[in-house]
Design a protein around this ligand. Sequence first.
Ligand SMILES: O=C(O)CCC(=O)C(=O)O
Ligand SMILES: [Fe+2]
Length: 218
Amino acid sequence: MSESASLQALSEQQLSLIASELTESGYVLLSEFLPLHLAQSLLIEIHSMSEQAFKQAAIGRDNLQQLNEKIRSNTLHWLTGRSLVQQQYLGVMEQLRNAINRRLFMGLFDFECHYSHYAPGDFYKMHMDAFKGASNRVLSTVLYLNPEWQPEHAGELLLYSEDQKQLLLKIAPKFNDCILFLSDTFPHEVKVTQTDRFSIAGWFRINATVAGQLDPPR
Ligand SMILES: O=C(O)CCC(=O)C(=O)O
Ligand SMILES: [Fe+2]
């Protein structure tokens, strides 16, 4: 979807905040990220999907890719733009991609994302989304879709400093909050959730045609 077709869902104020926070600290937490009707439509779509539509998440690269429930136990479903609401979300992220490139010259080339479902007991242990120079994922995004979240539900995202020594942020997966962070800089983990936890995890990527392959593969 073209940038104009996404109706410029993000305000200049939001975009300026994103650019300055990413420059300063490498991450930014945004509340009320999407126009409310869009966040609500995503919530309706994710709730209407059957558990069969979600696949067990894999970890690893290429043929080494394997299911590894010791590290991660959530399930996922890739967004392709097959519904209007998916097109609208991808349109917003396209607006964000262009705005970041214009302001920060990050050379973001495309965006991929999936719905995530963490059932009670699910988690994602400490990991990096990319390793320096070894992946085309450069900017991670997670949009949370849990209108009823309460502290006892847990399932927070913990974001650590690069040396893992400092806890930078403890993020409750609250409805329409969105975290952006540099993929190769911040180790992070999802604590065990006590209730169903929904989100859209996504990555802006640079073009790694040198490698000649999608990284990581789907
Ligand atoms: O859901 C979250 O809070 C983070 C998920 C995550 O780290 C990932 O999918 O790589
Ligand atoms: Fe991650």
